[in-house]
Design a protein around this ligand. Structure first.
Ligand code: DON
Length: 311
């Protein structure tokens, strides 16, 4: 098997000089300012080895990767009542699709498309002022990453709030159907702030470790979620974590993973490794182009794949 440190280093070097890098998201104006030249990669193995390369310690906007942490928080508070609001099916549609939500009576397909994530965040925001909901999600990621320095990028949150008309449309539509119960404005504010959490690949990889260990945070030994819930979250990440490119990602990489339009991806090889990658240029479906390529190469060389007999 390949030497992990050498491999991670080589992948980061190759990605740094790859000319075709995808397009940086520009529908959130603040994200359009980020250089597509960045590339960071961190892999943490089940035995605790941590390997980093490139811009591994530079914080970026985690965007939709935050939907994973909001889901963990909502499940912790509401358990299976979450599934009364959102489904567990891949959408086959764009992450911000409106048409499917209307066709299906306001019930989002899954917790990772925007509509589903907003419905999940409404459970976390539930009657609180927006700061309390964001505070809970931030506390969770700080605890998981073991780093109190993680914070919300206020400029990104403001930029998204000022331009987030599609998300407002989704939220109002769900409110009309009773899928959102709190104030639409408070829920959207919580959602925009959670998406604007800034983390480095190192912080993100550490925050995902519990999902490779059946729900146990290896740093504290605490159960963040039950083994069954960890398996189910991984199943959702595999089937829905990359929106209408989830099948393609499973085909190429074969790992549960969640992407964000900031260019980050958190991938889990259960029992094996937890990997965070960042490259801001995106594919047409809004997932990191080089991040996906890097994971395909790393997971392929290491044999990390949920469909491998021993992967
Ligand atoms: O709501 C939005 O559009 C963004 N805050 C998050 C979308 C996102 O990250 C999609 N992922 N690839």
């Amino acid at each position: 098997m390949a030497d992990l440190a050498e491999l991670v280093d080589q992948i980061a070097k190759d990605m740094a000089t790859t000319p075709e890098r995808g397009r940086v998201a520009d529908y959130i104006p603040e994200l359009a300012k980020v250089s597509p030249a960045h590339f960071g990669l961190v892999a943490i193995t089940a035995d605790g080895q941590e390997v980093a390369a490139g811009d591994a310690d530079l914080p970026f906007s985690i965007q939709s990767v935050s939907k994973l942490f909001a889901l963990v928080e909502a499940l912790g508070r509401n358990a299976d009542a979450v599934w009364a609001r959102v489904g567990r099916e891949p959408s086959g549609s764009a992450f911000n699709s409106i048409v499917q939500l209307e066709a299906e009576g306001g019930r989002p397909r899954n917790p990772f498309i925007n509509a589903g994530a907003i419905a999940v965040t409404d459970l976390v925001a539930a009657g609180d002022d927006p700061r309390a909901g964001v505070g809970a999600i931030l506390r969770l990621v700080r605890r998981l990453a073991g780093d109190d320095g993680i914070s919300v990028d206020g400029a990104v949150a403001y930029s998204e709030a000022a331009t987030g008309h599609r998300n407002a449309a989704l939220a109002h539509f769900m409110k009309a159907h009773g899928v959102i119960t709190g104030s639409v404005d408070a829920t959207l504010s919580t959602y925009f702030h959670q998406c604007a959490i800034a983390m480095s690949c190192r912080q993100l990889a550490r925050a995902g470790r519990f999902l490779m260990h059946g729900g146990i945070d290896p740093a504290s030994g605490e159960a963040i979620v039950s083994p069954e819930r960890a398996r189910r979250i991984n199943a959702l990440m595999l089937t829905c974590g990359h929106y209408d490119a989830s099948g393609e990602f499973a085909f190429r990489v074969g790992l549960p993973a969640k992407s964000g339009v900031g260019g980050g991806i958190l991938a889990i090889a259960p029992g094996r490794a937890c990997i965070a990658v960042w490259s801001p240029g995106l594919s047409a479906q809004g997932n990191s182009l080089l991040g996906t390529a890097a994971l395909e190469r790393l997971a392929g060389a290491m044999g990390w794949n949920v469909f491998n007999p021993d992967g």
